[in-house]
Design a binder for this molecule. Structure first.
Ligand code: MV4
Length: 497
């Protein structure tokens, strides 16, 4: 096992990785920008080194600076990139290789081929994994595109090959819109990714997003660690994930899991990874492969009792997987709510600032992966996720009941958060019935917003009582002050538009 690992990330995921290091008796090195001098994670590490300038490109994306720290001051044998930032950057892999440092993740070649959607789709088709019907290659000729779309049948979707995270994608319902959609997707792709290649496929309306966790070592062992349902999202940011998917059966898991393993084996994948599928009408199709540990990995850990980050460390140090496929058993159900410093009633506008009151939930079946604390100021430079609340239950209903209960215990004052949104979803009948799809939040937005307002009215008195507990010197805010402050930002947001 490694002696020392540098964590090239911040916030809750940095803490998560350091916890795995500590359990394996591996020393951890934190890096932090000027905006993270007071961040919680720096205290979890054995050593910490400053990056200076907080802008992401000058700090957590600055490969040269990070390599320097790993080699010179830190003396780390391996780097864990977490998610986001450099997680799917093949240049970091190349730099690590040059300097004799192990990158905890798959090879640079695999990251590159999965980053290109046309390439990854071709590979998956060859591997025998179901893919969505459409063009094999990039489309350049408009007449040809019209013919192809005709043969696929509308609606179709035009996608950028270099795209991801929902950027560079356009749905086309009739021939008249096709040319414009191709041109605009090409232009968006060129601006965002420096590659204007686009392709066309059949558009699947309101599918579920179901993904499979994969683990693979350097000794030819590849297993799947069950499925996650990630359909509750907004603008390609997941908000709630659960494991297993409410529609999963033993048979379907075996079939989709087999496809996920085939996908990983075909490209000689190593480390932890995720194979994403779209599921609709009893059929499933490969969508993308994520070559990193994901935000939502804890729900898989909770239902399988497998520590995915420790497995990543073991795999990277050349060990064999600790589990074979038959060891992977699904126990109960887990739900994760992403707690973001965002105002759900103001189109999820980021709401950084100081946390002036904090009480975290606990009790049976609750896990909280958090990067914050009382009096912490959430910086403006990075994403707005501050913690992940995960609950376990022996079945879906118990996991949801515990989530409802844990959300009501969770008090964060000073910044607006997505907690009220999650409370609304946890009592939404469509959610409770398990009838989920990727357009869930958009489709039920009005009802959800009304529920958020109602919940906040109901809870204002209790939250204000909490406020007087946290700030005994201060006068208790008037009833409905909390609700008022959320609504005011909502109003300002509307005026800006
Ligand atoms: C699709 C699709 C329907 N049909 N492709 C969105 C992000 C990018 N990774 C691929 N995405 C989609 N591709 C076809 N042929 C619907 C989506 C999609 C989606 C996928 C997963 C999770 C959330 C989503 C939200 C909107 C659209």
């Amino acid at each position: 096992m490694f002696d020392k690992v540098l964590i090239a990330n911040r916030g809750e995921i940095a803490i998560r990785i350091m916890r795995a290091c500590r359990e394996l008796d591996v020393k951890s090195v934190a890096i932090y920008s000027d905006a993270d001098k007071t961040s919680l994670y720096t205290n979890y590490a054995d050593e910490r080194y400053a990056l200076g300038n907080p802008s992401p490109s000058k700090s957590y994306l600055n490969i040269d600076k990070i390599m320097d720290i790993a080699i010179e001051s830190g003396g780390a044998e391996a780097i864990h990139p977490g998610y986001g930032f450099l997680a799917e950057n093949s240049e970091l892999g190349k730099q690590c290789e040059k300097n004799g440092i192990t990158l905890i993740g798959p090879s640079g070649k695999v990251i590159e081929s999965m980053g290109d959607k046309i390439t990854s789709k071709k590979l998956m088709k060859k591997a025998g994994v179901p893919v969505i019907g459409g063009t094999e290659n990039g489309v350049t000729d408009i007449d040809e595109a019209v013919k192809i779309a005709e043969s696929i049948g509308y609606p179709v979707i035009v996608k950028a090959s270099a795209g991801g995270g929902g950027i560079g994608m356009r749905t086309v319902y009739e021939e008249d819109e096709l040319v414009r959609a191709i041109e605009s997707t090409q232009s968006v792709a060129s601006t965002n990714f420096g590659d204007s290649t686009v392709f066309i496929e059949k558009y699947i309306e309101k599918p579920r997003h179901i993904e499979f966790q994969i683990l693979a070592d350097d000794h030819g062992n590849t297993i799947h660690v069950a499925d996650r349902e990630c359909s509750i999202q907004r603008r390609h940011q997941k908000l709630i994930e659960e494991a297993p998917s409410p529609i999963m059966t033993e048979e379907l898991r075996e079939k989709m899991g087999e496809s996920a393993i085939k996908a990983a084996e075909y490209i000689n994948y190593t480390s932890a990874g995720t194979v994403e599928f779209l599921y609709s009408g009893g059929e499933y199709y490969f969508l993308e492969m994520n070559t990193r540990i994901q935000v939502e990995h804890p729900i898989t850990e909770i239902i399988t009792n497998i520590d995915l980050v420790k497995e990543q460390l073991k795999i990277a140090s050349g060990k064999e997987l600790s589990y074979s496929q038959k060891d992977v058993k699904v126990n109960g159900h887990a739900v994760e709510c992403r707690i973001n410093a965002e105002n759900p009633l103001a189109d999820f506008a980021p709401n950084p600032g100081k946390i002036t009151g904090y009480r975290s939930p606990g009790g049976p079946g609750v896990r909280l992966d958090s990067g914050v604390y009382m009096n912490y100021s959430i910086p403006t430079f990075y994403d707005s996720m501050i913690s992940k609340l995960i609950t376990w239950g022996s079945n879906r209903n118990e996991a949801i009941a515990r989530m409802k209960r844990a959300l009501s215990e969770y008090i964060i004052l000073g910044v607006k958060t997505t907690i009220p949104f999650h409370k609304a979803i946890m009592r939404n009948n469509h959610f409770l019935s398990g009838d989920l799809h990727t357009h869930f939040v958009d489709d039920y937005r009005k009802g959800i917003d009304d529920d958020i307002r109602e919940i906040m009215e109901e809870e204002t008195e209790r939250i204000n009582r909490m406020r007087s507990t946290f700030m005994p010197g201060k006068k208790v805010a008037a009833i409905s002050a909390a609700v008022g402050s959320y609504l005011n930002t909502a109003k300002n947001q509307q005026i800006k538009k």
